[in-house]
Design a protein around this ligand. Structure first.
Ligand code: NAP
Length: 290
């Protein structure tokens, strides 16, 4: 049980966490915090939080667990503001999509990485934002990755892990560097590709006709390009090394495909497509949702 939980950033991710924990009555009180009073009033109206503060320092007072669920670009500023008012035994965790960048911010603000800070990342979400997009089952049976470092207290990891399990998630622990590389490949690269594809087509002369004839496959492939641009700008900046690395590998493969198409190399095309279909069917058997 958490006596008083503070969620800073009551949007899709923070709001859904609060709602999933409410479902199982895991918190005595949930305090919300963000910049805009009207967003927080809406969250309170919806029953997502019990009360709110717009000042992060006031929000964390007396809280045993603090969750940072703000955009990556706001983490540093929020850490600076909560530092003087954190309870002596408070545990702080975050939900940021890239872990090295958050840990660097923590080390910079606190002078070192404190044992009570547990880096975390729920690998769940939608392309929508804000508290109205939140829902209590977002984390049901979804992975949450914690990336503790050598100094992280095992007791703090247990508290954060128990919190996520009570939110419905499957928790695993991963090396921080590995997390950033894996997520660059499976989440950040696809977002960059979807944004770039839609932008490329939108800037073509025939763009109206192109979108008029876009079929379901195009919609499926580009759904994630409807995500919040500022959030994805922040993620690209925060995890740039790993994203650039995987983009370069991808560019190489794309060039091979371009060549095969230009040369009419049927065998090469079929080999690549068959290998890709096999890999996808093995991980996501046809007919299964997730
Ligand atoms: P969101 O729906 O836009 O929510 C962000 C929240 O942060 C809003 O409530 C916003 O409210 C608040 N906020 C923004 N800047 C702030 C600041 N400087 N100080 C205090 N509050 C601030 O975004 P989200 O999708 O929940 O993403 C939040 C975090 O989760 C990001 O770090 C993202 O990388 C990570 N994440 C996202 C997904 C996903 O699929 N969306 C998945 C996993 C992890 P105000 O406007 O009122 O300030």
């Amino acid at each position: 049980m958490i006596k008083r939980l503070c969620v800073i950033g009551v949007g899709l991710i923070g709001g859904s966490l609060a709602r999933s924990l409410r479902r199982v009555q895991y918190c005595g009180e949930i305090v919300g915090c963000s910049r805009h009073r009207e967003h927080l009033e809406r969250a309170r109206e919806m029953g997502v939080i019990d009360r709110f503060e717009t000042d992060p320092a006031a929000a964390v007072k007396g809280c045993d667990v603090v969750v940072l669920a703000v955009p990556m670009g706001a983490m540093r500023e929020v850490l600076k503001r909560i530092k003087p008012k954190l309870a002596a035994d408070a545990i702080v965790t975050d939900v940021g999509s890239a872990k090295r960048d958050v840990l660097d911010a923590v080390a910079e603000v606190f002078g070192e990485v404190p044992p009570w800070f547990v880096p975390g990342h729920p690998v769940a979400g939608t392309e929508r934002s804000g508290v109205d997009a939140s829902f209590p089952s977002l984390y049901d049976d979804r992975p949450v990755v914690l990336t503790p470092v050598a100094v992280t207290a095992p007791a703090a990891v247990r508290v954060v892990s128990d919190m996520w399990e009570n939110a419905g998630a499957r928790v695993s622990v991963m090396d921080l560097q590995r997390h950033d590389e894996v997520l660059a490949a499976t989440s950040h690269l696809p977002h960059v590709l979807a944004y770039t594809l839609v932008d490329t087509l939108a800037r073509m002369d025939q763009s109206e006709a192109i979108f008029d004839f876009a079929a379901g496959g195009f919609r499926d492939f580009t759904r994630i390009a409807a995500s919040d641009p500022a959030m994805w700008r922040d993620i690209c900046v925060a995890n740039s090394d790993a994203i650039v690395q995987v983009l370069e590998v991808f560019q190489g493969h794309l060039e091979e495909i371009r060549q095969a198409i230009a040369e009419g190399d049927e065998q090469r095309l079929e080999t690549v497509f068959t290998r890709a279909k096999g890999a996808r069917d093995r991980r996501f058997p046809p007919g299964r949702q997730s």
